[in-house]
Design a protein around this ligand. Structure first.
Ligand SMILES: Cc1cc2nc3c(=O)[nH]c(=O)nc-3n(C[C@H](O)[C@H](O)[C@H](O)COP(=O)(O)OP(=O)(O)OC[C@H]3O[C@@H](n4cnc5c(N)ncnc54)[C@H](O)[C@@H]3O)c2cc1C
Length: 423
């Protein structure tokens, strides 16, 4: 009876599986990719030099993540960052105070729901300040301002989603995966490269259909946890639900994943002096890759170029080489050197196209205008049989983060255990 199928081996699915295994459940995880982690995509340039193509920072405390790791793994914000602003190497100072104040004011504005873009006219900013604030919000939250819900956005930033104080992990987010897989020896099976396309269910049991290579297979269980990104669950052609779940489908359709393009370069020498800090941000609101940061790891400078929101949408569909070329060109512009001068300093480039990735179709979720309440609706269990987790189901301001995904997996595992106890 204590038997569950978990669809998706991202952070939420792995966290739920771990919690269920700890309570003696038998768990099968079905994952479309050839690896676990989902949007947590951690590589290494060399031993101890992490390259995180997905998440990299711990936002808003992220206590759940910290609790799983040894405290020596976490680099706290006060030890690390130095922030440069306006595309030059003078320190941020007043710009950050302005942003902090503007975000506080944004949180407090009241009114009917409207697109996030309409919030700015109510703050009485000059053109330059508005451009800075837009660039900051789009870059950080990866939202499409013309379609994102103002009320949902305000709730989420009040929950700490935009916390500027960010911690990092010494060995990158990859260090989380062994912790989440430590109970896999018993009662556990993992099917990789297994693409779920149909879930047939009735109260008390469900049958999950998937393709593994050319083979069509299925597995049955009394409890099924669905951790698919909402972009996948929204589409009837990708996931056939039988019988249909109209409220969940509608909720998923109201939770798009925003656009992010992140290019990581390993350099042979730092591009600018980070002083006594090992991390420095460089913001240039006018550029497509509006944010860069450099991180010294074992004397290797890791240089990250980040584009989010509507600017990032301009890059959607471009070939990998072109995205990398544009990241390099913007980096050179912001450093007031030519791409030809920057190019020879690059030892290796990394990029993953999250927008075209068929198993995510975007970076992380935001609430579309008209979609208030969608996160809670997506999280709602069905007939004590189907359960839902994933960052997009986090209704407490932690959506779009690793700790939000982790928390949602734990929440869904608890719901399953309660349902099992009631049967
Ligand atoms: C570029 C980028 C940067 C980020 N930066 C940060 C950061 O700094 N800090 C932070 O906290 N968060 C960050 N995030 C967000 C964070 O990575 C996510 O919130 C979190 O990893 C989501 O986990 P999840 O389990 O909800 O979803 P996922 O990781 O997407 O897991 C869902 C799983 O379902 C699988 N799947 C999809 N379709 C199917 C199918 N049909 N059949 C079977 N399996 C399927 C997927 O392959 C995936 O493994 C970032 C994300 C991106 C993309």
């Amino acid at each position: 009876m204590k038997k569950a199928v978990v669809i998706g081996a991202g952070v939420s699915g792995l966290a739920a599986a771990d919690r269920l295994l700890a309570e003696g459940w038998e768990v099968t995880v079905i994952e479309a990719r050839a690896r676990v982690g989902g949007r947590l995509h951690a590589l290494e340039y060399a031993p101890g030099v992490p390259i995180d193509l997905g998440p990299e920072f711990l936002h808003g405390g992220a206590e759940e993540v910290k609790r799983l790791l040894d405290s020596s793994e976490v680099i706290s914000p006060s030890e690390s960052a130095k922030i440069f602003w306006k595309g030059n190497l003078s320190e941020a100072g007043n710009s950050l105070n302005f942003l902090d104040d503007a975000m506080k004011k944004l949180r407090c504005l009241k009114g009917e729901d409207a697109p996030v873009a309409e919030l700015f006219s109510r703050l009485k900013l000059d053109d330059f300040q508005e451009a800075e604030l837009r660039s900051y919000i789009e870059g950080f939250n990866a939202i499409d301002m013309n379609h994102a819900s103002q009320c949902a956005f305000q709730r989420e930033i009040a929950g700490g989603a935009d916390d500027m104080e960010v911690a990092r992990l010494k060995r990158g987010y990859g260090s989380l995966l062994p912790v989440l897989s430590k109970r896999w020896e018993k009662n556990f099976s993992l099917c990789l490269e297994a693409w779920v396309n149909k879930i047939e269910w009735e109260a008390g049991s469900a049958r999950v259909h998937f393709r593994a290579g050319e083979e069509a297979r299925h597995v049955e269980a009394p409890f099924v946890l669905i951790t698919l990104p909402p972009t996948i669950l929204a589409d009837k052609n990708k996931i056939n639900l039988d019988p249909e779940l109209p409220e969940h489908r509608l909720a998923a359709q109201a939770l798009p994943l925003g656009a992010v393009h992140k290019v990581v370069f390993v350099l042979d020498e730092p591009l600018w002096d980070t002083g006594d800090k090992d991390l420095a941000f460089l913001h240039s609101p006018g550029l497509i890759f509006g944010t860069r940061w450099i991180w010294m790891v074992h004397d290797k400078p890791i240089f990250v170029c980040w584009s989010g929101g509507s600017r990032a949408m301009q890059l959607n569909g471009l070939p990998r080489e072109e995205v990398i070329r544009l990241a390099l060109a913007d980096a050179a512009t912001s450093l007031k050197i030519t791409p030809a001068e920057l190019s020879p300093k690059i030892k290796q480039s990394y990029y993953h196209d999250w927008m075209l990735d068929p198993f995510s179709l975007g970076a992380y979720s935001y609430v579309r205008l008209g979609g208030l309440g969608s996160r809670a609706a997506l999280a709602k269990p069905v007939a004590g049989t189907l359960f839902f987790a994933g960052e997009a189901t986090a209704d407490d301001g932690s959506a779009g983060t690793v700790h939000g995904a982790l928390r949602s997996g734990h929440r869904a595992a608890e719901e399953m255990m309660e349902a099992e106890a009631r049967r």
